[in-house]
Design a protein around this ligand. Structure first.
Ligand code: ATP
Ligand code: MG
Length: 393
C-alpha cells in the first residue's frame, strides 16, 4: 500500500459555525457510501477540521480516487504518507525519501509548505520550511526552489501524526448531498434532465425523481433507459427514489380534447402538477427540470411562464442559460450521455404537433384545459395511483 491515507480537502466558505458539523458529517457519510463499492476497507475519520480516509487494507488507488470523485463537497483528494513523530531529523529524512520515491525525475522546482497544527512541536513552520528545503536540496542538487510557481508543492503537516503530501487530485466540488433539503427531479430519457439533477445535487440537495411513461406508446426499453440514467446519476447523489407514473390516459385525453398545437404545453402543465403532488407527499421542497430557454417550443420564455404557473413549489432549472453543447459536455463528464442518446422514444415525441405554439398565452391555455373538466381530476388521481416506486442505487 503506497499511501496509507487520503486527506480530503473541502471548501470551507459555506461551513462556518454549527454548519461545519452538519457538512463534515454528511461528507463523511457520503464518502463511506462511495467507498463501499470499492475493493478495500477504510476508516473515515475527522480530526482538527480535516477529513481523512485511512486505508486499512490494500486497495486500488485509481478505483478509490474515482469513487471519491463522485462525492460532492470534496475539492481535492490528496494521497498522504503518514508518519509517527520521531524527531525533526527523522522527518527531514522522510521528506527526502518521499521526494525520491514520488519524483524519479529530479529536474524540477519545488516549495515546502510546512504547517505546525500541533503547537507543542518544537520546530516552527518557517524553520521547517527552510530546513526541509535545505535537506531536499542537499540530497538532490539538481532540484531548485521556486517560491512563486513551484512544480512540486510539498506539504508537511504536523498534527498528532505527521502527514506528507504533494499531489492534489481535483474532486467534484459542491456540497455533500443531504445538507440542503430534497427536491423532485422530472427525469426523462433525454440529455438534459439527468444533468439538471446532477447540478442540483451538487449543491447538497437530495434527489427524488419522477418519470412519466405512456405505455404502449412508450416502450419498456424507454422506461429501462430512464432507470439506467437514474442509476448513473445515483452514483453522485446516493439512492434515488424514482416514481414511475403512467401518463397514457391523461395524454390521450389531452390529444382528444385540446387543440393539437397546444398538446405539449398542456401535457407539460399536467406533468408539473403531478410532480408537485408527489414532491409534497415526499417532503421535497422544489422541482427540478432540464429546461433551457429557447431549446424547443415548450421552452420559450412564454412557454416556461405558462408551465410554471401551475406550480407553487419553486422550480429549479439549472440549465436555463446553457447551450445544448454545454449541456452535452457535462453529460459526457458525468457519464450519462451515451445512455441519453439511445434512440428510444420518450412520451413527448409521440404526441408532438407539427406546429406547436411557441408563444402560448396563459388564459388561452387555461381555457383549452377547461375542455378536460369532465375527466381530468379523476385521471390525475388514477395516474397518481399508478405510482411505481423504485429505489435506484
Ligand atoms: P430532456 O433531455 O431532459 O428530455 P428535452 O430537451 O427533451 O429534455 P422536454 O422534452 O421539453 O425537453 O422536457 C423538458 C423537461 O421536462 C425535461 O428536462 C424534464 O425535466 C421534463 N420531462 C419531459 N418529459 C418528461 C417525462 N416523460 N418524465 C419526466 N419528466 C419529463
Ligand atoms: Mg425530453
Amino acid at each position: 500500500m503506497k499511501y496509507p491515507a487520503f486527506l480530503i480537502k473541502y471548501a470551507e466558505i459555506a461551513i462556518k459555525g454549527k454548519n461545519r458539523y452538519v457538512f463534515e458529517d454528511a461528507l463523511m457519510h457520503r464518502i463511506k457510501l462511495a467507498l463501499k463499492y470499492t475493493d478495500g476497507e477504510f476508516a473515515v475519520t475527522k480530526s482538527q477540521g480535516r477529513v481523512y480516509v485511512n486505508c486499512l487494507t490494500d486497495y486500488d488507488e485509481d478505483e478509490v480516487i474515482a469513487a471519491l470523485q463522485t462525492v460532492f463537497g470534496i475539492n481535492a483528494i490528496c494521497p498522504v504518507v503518514k508518519l509517527a513523530d520521531e524527531g525533526f531529523d527523522k522527518l527531514c529524512e522522510e521528506a527526502v525519501r518521499y521526494i525520491d520515491e514520488e519524483y524519479p525525475d529530479k529536474n524540477r522546482t519545488f516549495k515546502v509548505f510546512a504547517k505546525r497544527a500541533r503547537k507543542t512541536y518544537p520546530v516552527r513552520s518557517t524553520e521547517m520550511n527552510c530546513a526541509l528545503g535545505e535537506a531536499i536540496l542537499g540530497a538532490f542538487p539538481e532540484m531548485k526552489v521556486d517560491v512563486h510557481e513551484p512544480e512540486i508543492e510539498l506539504h508537511v503537516e504536523v498534527r498528532e501524526d505527521i502527514y506528507i503530501y504533494s499531489r492534489q487530485v481535483p474532486g467534484p466540488g459542491g456540497m455533500p448531498v443531504g445538507t440542503n433539503g430534497k427536491a423532485m427531479l422530472l427525469l426523462s430519457g433525454g440529455i438534459d434532465s439527468p444533468v439538471a439533477g446532477y447540478m442540483i445535487a451538487k449543491r447538497g440537495v437530495k434527489i427524488d425523481a419522477v418519470y412519466f411513461h405512456a405505455p404502449p406508446y412508450t416502450s419498456e426499453r424507454a422506461k429501462q433507459k430512464v432507470i439506467d440514467l437514474a442509476k448513473i446519476v445515483a452514483k453522485y447523489t446516493g439512492t434515488i427514489c424514482l416514481h414511475v407514473i403512467n401518463f397514457t390516459d391523461i395524454q390521450l385525453a389531452i390529444y382528444e380534447k385540446c387543440p393539437h398545437e397546444e398538446l405539449t404545453i398542456i401535457m407539460r402543465r399536467y406533468m408539473m402538477r403531478i410532480a408537485e403532488r408527489i414532491a409534497l407527499e415526499n417532503g421535497c421542497l422544489g422541482l427540478i427540470t432540464g429546461e433551457s430557454i429557447g431549446q424547443v417550443a415548450s421552452q420559450t420564455v412564454q412557454s416556461l411562464a405558462v408551465t410554471n404557473e401551475v406550480c407553487t413549489l419553486p422550480v429549479f432549472r439549472p440549465l436555463i442559460g446553457f447551450d445544448k453543447q454545454e449541456i452535452i459536455e457535462v453529460s459526457e463528464k458525468i457519464g450519462t450521455f451515451e445512455t441519453s442518446i439511445l434512440p428510444y422514444e420518450d412520451c413527448c415525441t409521440i404526441f408532438v404537433a407539427k406546429h406547436p405554439v411557441t408563444k402560448p398565452e396563459a388564459k388561452i391555455i387555461r381555457r383549452s384545459e377547461t375542455k378536460l373538466a369532465d375527466c381530468i381530476d379523476e385521471l390525475v388521481e388514477k395516474a397518481i395511483e399508478t405510482d411505481e416506486v423504485l429505489n435506484v442505487i
